[in-house]
Design a protein around this ligand. Sequence first.
Ligand code: AMP
Length: 618
Amino acid sequence: MAMIPINLQTGEVQKQQDNVIVGIDLGTTNSLVAVLTDKGPMVVEGDQKDALVPSMIHFEKEGKIRVGWSAKEKVLTDPTRTIFSVKRLMGKSYKDIAGFKDLYSYKVIEEDTDELVKIQIDDKFYSPTELSSMILKELKKRVERHLGQTISKAVITVPAYFNDNQRQATRDAGKLAGLDVLRIINEPTAASLAYGLNKDTSKAQKIAVFDLGGGTFDISILNIENGIFEVLSTNGDTFLGGDDFDRTIMNYWAEIHKLGETPYFQSDIGKQDLRLAAENAKRALTTNESYSVMLANFKLEINQDSFQRISEALVNRTINACQRAINDAQLNPDQIDHVVLVGGSTRMPIIKTAVSKLFGKPANDMLDPDEVVAIGAAIQASVLAGQNKDLLLLDITPLSLGIETVGGLMDVIIPRNTTIPTKAGRQYTTSIDGQKNLKISVYQGERDLVEDNRKLGEFVLKGIPPMPAGLPKIEIQFLINADGILQVKAKELRSNVETQIQINSQYGISEEEMGKMLIESMKNAEQDMAKRVLLEAVNEAKNVLLSSRKFVKQHAELFSVQEVETMNQLADKLELTITSQDKDLINKEVQELNQYAAPLAHKAMDATIQHALKGKKI
Ligand code: AMP
């Protein structure tokens, strides 16, 4: 099985050399795009000669959408309409983010369910995937302007700890932005590629990638052997980054000068100025011994020694995480062959010194730490485009493989371009009380609705013991061996009932047909996504409706006549709206019903109802 490069405009299979593939670092704070040039891989700059695109989106009241620097300008003046850190929400459910929803100044819908989060701007609801696609579109525009040609293929990086849902959400964002995402690669893998650490094939290399950005910290330990990257362990802190170092300097000044007693420093402007001064100080201390600035008649000063002292606790947190990662990889620090620095905050000498001390060797810091991941992604892209023969290409699945879920949606289990052999699985449940049999239909293709994909086969899992809907735990496993033979297993975990089939997924399909399927999926990406979000909204609404009706019936005696009536009215209204095809209205009414039901549910303290509200139905 090989890669099939196709020209999305003409539908022709392309010669590999004509094929530009870009590398994209879709970051929490900033994003970058890089391409291979005559001079090697380079990040693409914008009009202001800046390589970074802030990962921010601003929605104007009139509907205009800004991305990047112009959106960042709005974060203070229009916080409820400016989206930042959307990467933290990718592939996450409401429950996943319950602990840190206060972090957002924009409206992340609050519900205590396993549904994927949505973000509300006025009467519109956006998924993190849609929002990320806006950032990707901006990057796509930037490269197209630079190259003077349209591009449609990309390699996108994600953190090593991203799970399947988060990776799939990133792929979907690419598709929605008009990009065929050929590979999703791990950020530490990209950083190692940028430094060419895969080139020494004489022995296995152990690499530590230390990534300290604006708001997140990751450490990954990799093993590279014969060109194959394996993540041995990851650790980190999703709420530790450069911003925390800024805050330490702010606190230091506030304490020395008792800034809390000055009204100016209580105002938004004053706080903002202080934050900027602290960040400037931190940056200056990268190269200078000391820094001073006048702010509101105060002379704010700091030198290297004081900075080192006040940030010791933060530095130690990163070092402790490194130690845990090394332990998890069952290694000692001196067994690490190379250390790579990623992220703007690794410019700080206190970080470089601490990291070198831990590993007993200097870290790789020749490349710009903001750019290494995008550069590595561009190198991987050039390999896929056949421009770089240094790396080996493994066999891959040419089309995504998945199963049909409620409403005829395609649920991808093994994404396209996954190297084989591979194995992946997911858990499902039933949607009807007492369901005994479950039909599993296996499909191949990139479209969101199975009716547009290619059916590979189906089988029935029989003999599930009768249980209420939502209770059975059915694990579906896909296994592809080195010959491309797909084996699909289904097992109900409570009763151990299981069954399986084998399919030759490549049988009876030509490269041209696969090419056509890909083109169709790109052409229809937007409509497909619209259909998917509508179907998902309808499914969620049906679940909420079913459980809220059941809930009212079971606990009617606990509520006032007025409460029961309002619940019924809201449910009736939603039932009508479900047929409206208006996903924003459906979402809004689901939210209304949930919000009204929440205190009642609290009253009833009924855990089983909470249970019935969640779970993906098959
Ligand atoms: P990133 O998310 O990788 O772009 O990281 C941005 C972070 O790097 C911010 O917290 C910046 O303040 C920080 N940063 C950028 N340049 C420097 C520098 N020279 N010294 C210290 N921190 C820096």
